[in-house]
Write a protein that binds this ligand. Sequence first.
Ligand SMILES: Nc1ncnc2c1ncn2[C@@H]1O[C@H](COP(=O)(O)OP(=O)(O)O)[C@@H](O)[C@H]1O
Ligand SMILES: [Mg+2]
Length: 254
Amino acid sequence: MLETVTAVRYVSPLREGGSLPGLVEADDLGTYVVKFTGAGQGRKVLVAEVLVSGIAQALDIPTPRLAVVDLPSAIARYEADEEVQDLLTASPGHNLGVDFLPGAFGYDGSRPPTAQDAGAVRWLDAYTANVDRTWANPNLLVWHGRTWAIDHGAALWFHHGWPSRPPDVARFVAQPFDASGHVLSPVAEPLAQTHERLAARLDPDVLRDVVAEVPQEWLETTGSLPDHDAVRAAYLEHLVQRLERPDAWLGGAA
Ligand SMILES: Nc1ncnc2c1ncn2[C@@H]1O[C@H](COP(=O)(O)OP(=O)(O)O)[C@@H](O)[C@H]1O
Ligand SMILES: [Mg+2]
């Protein structure tokens, strides 16, 4: 289970982030980068964050600890910035907190990870269909000498089709991965080599535990996924099938 903490102070927006994440202090004395349920991208991106982070953890890829940040409505009332106030007002209750890594700097290639560590992040992105790790948007932080993966909301895009169409696992399984623009491609070991090391560390049980971590209130039911168990089962099915049939997404990268 993700730990739940309560926000005590909204510190500042992180202006460089497209989704207007904000820095928040919580009652555990922690500081979190909070992604709000009321942001334009909606709850599904928070689900993707939890799932990909859980898979990263299972693979020992450095990624910040996640928590659920409960946002009391009083915090929105005392916020002076109108744009931020609107966002906070639209996000009562449970939001996603990403443990803030103080003093981390954005990845610029000057201190690359080892070929194995780079390979692991690239394999994670290939498996979860994450296109958001390019030089325009590396979404990697360098902290305490290691490369940390952040911002996984763009991965697992298949759920964006669910409101209008039933899940299409085959389509996701067949989705190739284009590694040419990936920020770690220049330094990563060959993808097939990473696959040999990492694929066996995931299995349906590990993935079921990852899916179980997603807070219930972020799971959106639909006509073909009428309850939360059905939504979780659909996520699990996509993840298991893509793991078991890697031909399409391993093929595109050297
Ligand atoms: N855990 C963290 N610790 C320190 N800085 C962070 C952390 N998470 C995000 N940031 C900073 O905030 C920026 C925006 O966060 P990100 O998760 O990439 O959100 P967005 O979806 O808006 O791009 C990042 O580029 C990074 O500079
Ligand atoms: Mg980002």
